[in-house]
Design a protein around this ligand. Structure first.
Ligand code: SAM
Length: 248
């Protein structure tokens, strides 16, 4: 039936594709993808030859109308991005919105996403997290984006492009206390996967210690702020200890 299937694809290791994704891609009349060459290579890897249409950030609105037309004509359309879950720091939301607005069906196929993969191996609090995604490219923009997050108690999740990792870490170091834990999840599911936990105070030295680090794809997780009530408890405990020492 005429349905838009939102299909998650691997973030590195191609064998992370799900059986359901393969089945659905095989059945799809057309695959809407961010980069037709990249997705073409993935499809080819699994022996699938499909008609594709480009659906990237520069044509999302126009292509949304085309997808609605195809769905109205009874086609099955699969939507994929270059890696991971479409719509998560990736094109997709406008297309889904247009399809829903047209009263048509949207079915998501769950699969890899770098944020969730990183969280699962971070050991940081992950029942509450705040997904920030990419910080702005300019220093001032990064500062403005980080300012309201300093009191956020959930774990903060950032995406970063390889060439900006140093700038990103510098901005985090300027914004948050150096004692906070930070986890770098680099090249997840790929050959040079690294998951490193340290304090924010140690973070810049770690990133700079190996030139390869400025090439990989990163998720950066930052421990949330200590909740105000916890901070008060810690302060009360500290004062009590001083008094007890003085009195003994
Ligand atoms: N839609 C994708 C998802 O669901 O995770 C995210 C796409 S976004 C354009 C690309 C960013 O995701 C990268 O810059 C990096 O921050 C993160 N990312 C993607 N693959 C990754 C990987 N294998 N290891 C670490 N981070 C990754």
């Amino acid at each position: 039936t005429a349905t838009l299937y939102v299909v998650a694809t691997p973030i590195g290791n191609v064998t992370d594709i799900t059986l359901r994704a393969l089945h659905l891609l095989a059945l799809a009349d057309v695959v809407a993808c961010e980069d037709t060459r990249k997705t073409g290579a993935l499809l080819q890897r699994f022996g699938l030859s499909k008609s594709t249409i480009a659906a990237h950030q520069h044509n999302e609105r126009e292509v949304a109308d085309k997808i609605v037309e195809r769905l109205r004509a009874g086609q099955r359309v699969a939507l994929v991005s270059d890696a991971g879950t479409p719509g998560v720091s990736d094109p997709g939301a406008r297309i889904v919105d247009a399809v829903r607005a047209a009263g048509l069906n949207v079915v998501p196929l769950p699969g890899p996403s770098a944020a969730i993969t990183a969280l699962s191996a971070s050991g940081l609090v992950n029942d509450r997290f705040h997904f920030v995604g990419f910080l702005p490219a300019k220093a001032k923009g990064r500062e403005t984006a980080l300012a309201p997050l300093t009191r956020e108690t959930s774990t903060l999740v950032f995406y970063e492009a390889p060439h900006r990792i140093v700038d990103c870490v510098e901005a985090l170091v300027a914004a948050f206390e150096p004692t906070r834990q930070v986890v770098f999840a680099r090249e997840l599911s790929k050959m040079f996967e690294e998951i490193h936990r340290c304090t924010l105070g140690e973070a810049l030295a770690w990133v700079k210690a190996d030139a390869h680090r400025e090439k990989g794809e990163f998720v950066v997780l930052v421990e949330g702020a200590v909740a105000a009530s916890d901070a008060e408890d810690i302060e009360a405990e500290r004062v009590l200890q001083i008094l007890l020492t003085e009195c003994s």
